[in-house]
Design a protein around this ligand. Structure first.
Ligand SMILES: *[C@@H]1O[C@H](CO)[C@@H](O)[C@H](O)[C@H]1NC(C)=O
Ligand SMILES: *[C@@H]1O[C@H](CO)[C@@H](O)[C@H](O)[C@H]1NC(C)=O
Length: 208
């Protein structure tokens, strides 16, 4: 399987609620390493949908989505621009807290082909039920049509990456994974895309 190009969010490109800077840097490095390992395992066939117990149709098969606007599979838009999607995950009870994050993604000054929001139906490792609160539902309804909401099985920190890989079919799609507690600057996506386009063999990060 050909892997789409992906990026991970970085420390310092945005306002974050809580958490000291040094801890975030360490978390970032751990996250980057983890994603590299997962990507490697996936392409080497060590990690497959059957091994992790999800159906070939994708982790959210048979689960309702509020919107699936971003599920186009037609690659670039014909203007020589790569297909670019942003993917995040959060959980029930916390969707409302992610509203400002979602708004900052919708407000990016680079045209996004999809914004994926993964909300697993339950997170067993954290003993969290998947029941959406009224506020959660209000937020999802507000963004209906602009954000593609998916309810995959929880795959831990990889949920947002693997979820996007299931949704995207073009191996050249740029997948940018972001956290649910950061308000991103409007030029975050453009900065990453320009950086990776200029230096395709480097891992781009973006800070302020
Ligand atoms: C999980 O949460 C439920 C409901 O909040 C609680 O009754 C149960 O004891 C929790 N289980 C564990 C293992 O913490
Ligand atoms: C979510 O954020 C948007 C943009 O700031 C705001 O207009 C909207 O009222 C918020 N929705 C909810 C349910 O908080």
């Amino acid at each position: 399987m050909t892997m789409p190009t992906w990026y991970t969010s970085v420390e310092g490109n945005a306002r974050r609620r809580g958490g000291g800077p040094s801890r975030r840097v360490v978390e970032l490095l751990a996250a980057v390493l983890f994603v590299v390992l997962v990507a490697g395992a996936w392409s080497a066939g060590l990690l497959s949908s059957s091994r992790i117990g999800i159906t070939p149709d994708g982790p959210d098969a048979d689960v309702d989505t509020v919107a699936d606007a971003g599920r186009a599979t037609d690659g670039a838009d014909g203007a020589g621009r790569p297909r670019v999607v942003v993917s995040m995950s959060t959980f029930a009870g916390r969707v409302q807290d992610a509203n400002a994050t979602i708004a900052s993604l919708v407000d990016q000054d680079y045209p996004l082909d999809a914004i994926y929001l993964h909300v697993p139906p339950a997170i067993e490792r954290l003993n969290i039920s998947g029941t959406l609160t009224e506020s959660d539902s209000a937020v999802l309804k507000f963004w209906d049509g602009r954000v593609s909401v998916r309810r995959p099985v929880d795959l831990g920190p990889t949920t947002k990456l693997i979820g996007a890989l299931y949704a995207e079919r073009d191996p050249n799609t740029i997948v940018i994974t972001v956290d649910d507690d950061v308000v991103y600057r409007p030029d975050m996506v453009r900065g990453l895309v320009e950086s990776m386009t200029a230096r395709p063999k480097m891992l781009s990060t973006y800070g302020c």
